[in-house]
Design a protein around this ligand. Structure first.
Ligand SMILES: *Cc1c(COP(=O)(O)O)cnc(C)c1O
Length: 374
């Protein structure tokens, strides 16, 4: 989180009835839509990504409806569990933990659904547990090829403001995200973007809390959040969106791309000797916001602990992996720059040495070359 975001949040309680807070909230809407590349709507909830999962489903599905989940890691399965909990019938196409969604399977599955039972196709653009990035644009093409009219719903929690995403151009009907990853604001705001096609399938049975309609273009300010606004988060998000705007979204995407290639170059060098491997073999299917790395049993945890306690670098756990302690993840989303990434590479190198984990030479040099080339 940028200091500027935290500083903006460090203030007394604002007037929630009128004035600055209302204007500031109104100003967030077009900027959120710009980051999502949509002319559609955005509903904001006080909540985390799980809240956005539920909100996205509750507005367009009722118990008994079927959804198709394209899973490439733990988060795809998590969204599926949320759907089951809401009484939906869930079909999961599981592509494992190292491969992106196979579009031929998507088309075949949708073609087999001649009665149109599937109401929505759910896909994570980036599954944060595996670091796999899916081609959301191609999912729409596969759906169209099958002549299926299900809604396309994308989870961009880990990728919004990091990886290229074009909601309208790619034909995404519903997109959910949160504020605490690429949008650089403490956890607490959940976003559901939707287009007219999705809103045409809005269910009147949705609860007053999850209903997205009063939250967009609200007649009264309090309807934005169905109660008291998340005041300080809004000030923080204002600054975060200003930072993205000032840098330029395309530049933000390009920065994430370069910094990702920097990390991968280091990993390739470490992997020339010893157990360290990038989880996703095909670079085109790798996220620009999180990288998952495997080693031998116990080595992932050992490295994480050393980095955390000896060097102040917190790495991600091996979420959803077997054995989990062989894995670790690097989060490189949002407020990251070259010196942070070089710091990560240097710290991991020190950790590998300290933990006695065999590794190839030249990782820092390989990383530096990518940075130097821009
Ligand atoms: C983080 C994340 C979620 C869940 O968000 P929470 O805020 O932890 O509830 C969902 N999907 C993806 C892809 C994520 O990265």
């Amino acid at each position: 989180m940028p200091d500027a975001v935290l500083r903006a949040m460090h203030r007394a309680s604002p007037n929630i009835y009128e004035g600055e807070l209302h204007d500031l909230t109104d100003s967030l809407i077009p900027d959120l839509k710009a980051v999502a590349r949509t002319a559609g709507e955005v509903a904001i909830y006080i909540g985390n990504g799980h809240a956005a999962w539920e909100a996205s489903l509750a507005n367009v599905c009722t118990p008994g409806d079927m959804v198709l989940v394209l899973a490439t890691g733990r988060f795809g399965h998590g969204w599926a569990e949320m759907a089951r909990g809401l009484g939906l019938t869930v079909e999961v196409l599981d592509f494992g933990q190292q491969d992106a969604v196979d579009m031929e399977q998507v088309t075949a599955t949708l073609k087999a659904d001649a009665e149109g039972r599937i109401k929505a196709v759910l896909v994570c653009q980036v599954d944060t547990s595996t670091g796999i990035k899916n081609d959301v644009d191609a999912v729409r093409v596969a759906m169209d090829a099958a002549g299926h009219d299900a809604l396309l719903m994308a989870d961009c929690m880990a990728s919004l403001g990091c990886d290229v995403f074009e909601m309208d151009a790619w034909g995404v009907d519903v997109m959910m995200a949160g504020c605490q990853k690429g949008l650089m604001t403490p956890a607490g705001l959940a976003f559901v973007f939707f287009n007219a096609r999705a809103d045409a399938r809005h269910k009147a049975s949705v609860s007053a809390w999850w209903n997205w309609r009063p939250r967009v273009r609200p007649a009264m300010f309090y309807q934005y959040f169905n109660g008291t606004a998340p005041t300080h988060h809004l000030y923080g998000l204002r600054v975060a969106l200003d930072m993205i705007k000032d840098e330029g979204l395309e530049h933000v995407w390009a920065r994430h791309a370069t910094l990702s290639r920097t990390l991968w170059a280091a990993c390739d060098a470490w992997g020339t000797d010893g157990p360290l491997r990038l989880n996703v073999p095909d670079a085109a299917m790798r996220s620009h916001s999180v990288t998952s790395i495997g080693m031998g049993p116990g080595q992932g945890d050992a490295l994480r602990h050393w980095c955390e306690h000896q060097a102040g670098l917190t790495l991600g756990i091996g979420l959803g992996r077997e054995p989990a302690d062989a894995w670790f993840r690097i989060g490189h989303m949002g407020h990251v720059n070259a010196q942070m990434i070089m710091g990560i590479v240097g710290t991991i190198e020190a950790g590998l040495i300290a933990c006695g984990i065999p590794h190839g030479q030249g990782a820092l040099r390989a990383a530096a070359k990518v940075i130097a080339a821009g």
